[in-house]
Design a protein around this ligand. Structure first.
Ligand code: CU
Length: 291
């Protein structure tokens, strides 16, 4: 479905380039686009047909790659469709009473092997570049350990003044009271500073979970007995929501992730009060996997 939206956005760009002749059409398309514009809220929204707006460099590159694939897929589909239409008309039984028995055409077979190979190489280059960009974690400014449990997340801010806390889903009534989206709000969200490299270490306490935050382009399995690493750098302040994305049992759907991206000053303030608030929790109890 989001492919359609991507094409739609690309189409408006194309119309802009074609200038005044299509101004009226472009205006109409722009109007339609405004009607379904991505809201500032960092959330899925009604009638969403694209991905949630990117809020990290990784997600921006994922969107770019997605857009490239869209145009390649569209070109291939249209080419195959044109071939089909041409063959159905040109070689229909009515126009060819004596069927041709031609088979094998070396040049044609070489061409239809080489062209797909070239297309795959064109896809592979940015694909690997993106994979390495995701996997190669820059020097982190903040490291947070996310521990998946049946069925909630525990977070650990390591370090000399480290602390740990549990992050549980809110009831529908509490979500409504706090103005949070249903099934996505938690009692203790995590806070991170904006424009800083955040390293997320994931592990599982019981079964495999997955820490996923769509707008940051992050999804990392949380596997018992091992520590996985991923990262994001939030480019905008705001509240971002994610969910456990590995089927982990009966309440898999009820262990949301809530991340507040705030300014450095707000982060320092939160850190100070969090150290107080969560000081009573024993970090050792959640250390389930040695690194
Ligand atoms: Cu889970």
């Amino acid at each position: 479905m989001f492919l359609w939206k991507t094409g739609f956005l690309g189409m408006t760009g194309f119309l802009r380039k074609t200038g005044a002749r299509n101004l009226a059409l472009a205006a109409l398309v722009g109007l339609l686009q405004a009607a379904i514009a991505l809201p500032a809220a960092a959330l899925p929204f009604d009638y969403e047909i694209a991905m949630q707006p990117a809020a990290s460099p990784v997600m921006t590159q994922i969107e770019d790659f997605h857009r490239l694939l869209f145009w390649i897929i569209l070109a291939v589909c249209l080419f195959v469709l044109a071939l089909l239409v041409w063959i159905v008309i040109r070689y229909r039984a009515g126009a060819n009473p004596v069927p041709s028995k031609v088979h094998h055409n070396t040049i044609l077979e070489v061409v239809w092997t080489i062209i797909p190979v070239i297309i795959l190489v064109i896809i592979a280059v940015p694909s690997f570049r993106l994979l390495y960009f995701e996997a190669d974690i820059p020097k982190p400014d903040v490291t947070i350990k996310a521990i998946g449990k049946q069925w909630y997340w525990s977070y650990e801010y390591p370090g000399a003044k480290g602390f740990t806390f549990d992050s549980l889903i809110l009831s529908d009534a509490d979500d409504a009271k706090e103005g949070k989206p249903r099934l996505l709000g938690v009692d203790n969200p995590i806070y991170v500073p904006v424009n800083k490299v955040i390293e997320i270490q994931t592990t599982g306490a019981d079964v495999i979970h997955s820490w996923a935050l769509p707008q940051m382009g992050v999804k990392m399995d949380a596997v018992p007995g091992r520590v996985n690493q991923t990262w994001f750098k939030a480019t905008r302040t705001g509240v971002y929501y994610g969910q456990c994305s590995e089927l982990c049992g009966a309440k898999h759907a009820f262990m949301p992730i809530e991340v507040h991206v705030v300014s450095d000053a707000d982060y320092a303030a939160w850190l100070a009060q969090a150290r107080e608030k969560f000081a009573s929790l024993d970090p050792v109890s959640t250390r389930v996997a040695a690194k």
